[in-house]
Design a protein around this ligand. Structure first.
Ligand SMILES: C[S@@+](CC[C@H](N)C(=O)[O-])C[C@H]1O[C@@H](n2cnc3c(N)ncnc32)[C@H](O)[C@@H]1O
Ligand SMILES: [Zn+2]
Length: 277
């Protein structure tokens, strides 16, 4: 069986886009690590991922949250988003960056369906990237800030940004000419039942949408909307997986978990956009 480290080396080789996080120079394999000509090195974790953050960042995106997300993904509630992304990408071979990839579920789904594509997933949460290394696909998993990506200019044909803050200029830098940003952001009804359980009003849609249209030309878009029936177990996973509840204690989350709704609504915009400089 190929080790996680070996999978990472293969993914770096296929991507041909890793650069030094300090000076931006090219990096080469140097023993078990990667290094640039000036001697800066990027170590490879035994779990098969990289870390280019100089200091670790505290995050609510921790192991508990990703364990719950795994249950929600396994239930299929986000599978239509993968189909929408695929439908919006032009035909051909892609090299994808999943920016704020979380546990890598989307990138894995896309690379598994298209074995000739390659990809990288970055997230600022170390727990997210460690969880991502459990995905079966070979990808360059890296703990990094999406505002300062350790990749060469123009090395991705598409950047995926799912429910994550964006850095439009940095995404434009790493995209090929004509490359696409695929942004997934909440519609008004997104997680309506979970918001209602907290006494919160529906999402206000306007801001992300307006900014996206100001900075980019939207080339194609889809809306993924469905009310998924949920078992009490799946409701509990939703309660634990959403950053909506990050301010609650474990006891408060459990109190929400014992009052399940019948459905959870997924309502997401998926937009494929081109940067307007
Ligand atoms: C709501 S989660 C979405 C995760 C994943 N895209 C998904 O849909 O499953 C937002 C993710 O963005 C990451 N994130 C937030 N700010 C970031 C930054 N500046 N750089 C990289 N990742 C960031 C968080 O750690 C978290 O994993
Ligand atoms: Zn360097």
């Amino acid at each position: 069986m190929v080790s996680k480290r070996e999978k990472l080396y293969q993914a770096v080789e296929r991507l041909k886009g890793l650069r030094c996080p300090v000076c931006g120079g090219d990096v080469e394999r140097a023993g078990e690590a990667f290094a640039c000509a000036r001697g800066h090195s990027v170590n490879v974790h035994r779990k098969g991922c990289l870390n280019v953050l100089s200091v670790p960042i505290e995050s609510c995106y921790d192991r508990g949250l990703f364990a719950a997300r795994r249950q929600v993904f396994a239930a299929g509630c986000y599978a239509p988003v993968v189909e929408a992304v695929e439908a919006l990408l032009p035909e051909g071979k892609h090299c994808l960056l999943d920016a704020g990839c979380g546990d890598g579920w989307y990138l894995n789904a896309l690379l598994t369906r298209h074995p000739d594509w390659c990809g990288a997933g970055v997230d600022i949460s170390r727990d997210a990237i460690i969880a991502a290394t459990d995905q079966p696909c070979a990808a360059v998993w890296c703990t990094a800030d999406l505002r300062r990506l350790p990749f060469r200019d123009g090395c991705f044909t598409a950047v995926l940004d799912v429910l994550t803050p964006a850095s439009y200029a940095e995404f434009a830098r790493v995209l090929t000419d004509g490359g696409l940003l695929v942004k997934v952001y909440p519609g008004r009804e997104y997680l309506r039942e979970l918001r209602a359980a907290r006494g919160l009003p529906p999402y206000e849609e306007g801001q992300v949408d307006a900014y996206l249209r100001q900075k980019t030309t939207v080339m194609g878009e889809k809306r993924v909307t469905a009310a998924w029936p949920v078992t009490p177990e799946l409701w509990r996973s939703f309660v634990w997986m959403t950053p909506l509840n990050q301010d609650l204690s474990a006891e408060e989350k459990e109190a929400l978990a014992v009052k399940p709704a019948d459905t959870v609504t997924i309502d997401l915009h998926v937009a494929a956009c081109r940067w307007r400089a």
